[in-house]
Write a protein that binds this ligand. Structure first.
Ligand code: ATP
Length: 252
């Protein structure tokens, strides 16, 4: 990889939840963080995004520890979609999105990709789970849209596929693929290994709070790694840059 890393994690320890010796992420990567429930994916994304002040010194954004980044500048360079965000106020989707964007216009590319237009005048409290998830993804990206437009953003998404039907899953992944083609870096957790197999450029595999494999997708998504990580029997074929992925079986 010739470009400089956008993010580097060194010697990160979070209680007994997560240990990372060394991880690097580059512009133009779409990284899927995979692992079983409780493996540490959300913890990794939260720490890497700088949510926990006590761990910021171990995360370097563009070669400078997060602990040295003023929070207002950090908020313009990286965004984090967390799981389970709720909004109790009876305000419209447009009002929610305007709060996060630097202008009141919602970028056309974002509105089209996430099919937001029909949602804009609806109260956010009356959306379905999948509709709300699309708004949350948009809200998160709007926060750093200027940086995304320059192709320099770092986008953390914790299970963005949650609640989305298959069409929107593909639409969101296609959109993220377009953003990384502009030079942005996306790091997301994902439980759908079929999507990981199709869309990720790179993967980080976590088991019990430790990184057990990382790097290009074809090196991480092997039957042996997946079977060990998830405790299921995996059957997959990788050839000509594509996977054939069969539903795994529980090990009897
Ligand atoms: N705030 C917290 N305080 C203490 N332990 C926590 C906290 N949040 C999560 N944990 C624990 O840390 C471990 C990692 O949790 P984490 O949420 O990072 O896992 P995950 O891989 O994202 O899981 P899932 O796939 O279920 O979302 C789990 O054992 C969890 O119980």
């Amino acid at each position: 990889m010739s470009a400089a890393p956008v993010l580097c994690i060194e010697h990160l320890e979070v209680d007994n939840r997560l240990t990372v010796q060394h991880l690097q992420f580059y512009p133009g990567q779409l990284v899927h963080v995979v692992g079983s429930n409780g493996a540490g994916k959300s913890t990794l994304l939260s720490c890497a995004a700088g949510l926990y002040a006590e761990h910021r010194a171990h995360v370097m954004l563009r070669n400078k520890p997060l602990s040295e980044w003023p929070l207002n500048l950090l908020a313009q360079e990286r965004c984090l979609l967390e799981q389970g965000v709720t909004c109790q106020f009876e305000i419209s989707v447009r009002e929610v999105l305007n709060f996060y964007g630097v202008t009141t216009d919602i970028p056309e590319q974002l509105a089209v990709a996430l099919e937001l237009k029909s949602l804009l005048n609806r109260p956010i409290t009356q959306l379905s789970g999948g509709e709300l998830q699309r708004v949350h993804i948009a809200r998160c990206l709007l926060q750093i849209w200027t940086c995304i437009s320059r192709g320099e953003a770092l986008i953390f998404l914790d299970e963005p596929m949650q609640g989305l039907d298959v069409k929107y899953q593909l639409a969101v992944m296609d959109f993220l693929t377009a953003l990384v083609a502009q030079g942005n870096c996306v790091i997301m957790s994902c439980h759908d290994l079929q999507l990981t197999a199709r869309y990720a450029t790179d993967c980080v595999m976590l088991e019990g709070g430790r990184v057990t494999a990382s790097g290009i997708k074809s090196a991480v998504l092997t039957a042996a790694n997946l079977s060990r990580c998830f405790g299921c029997e995996f059957n997959l074929i990788y050839s000509e840059n594509a996977y054939e992925f069969y539903l795994p079986r529980l090990i009897p």
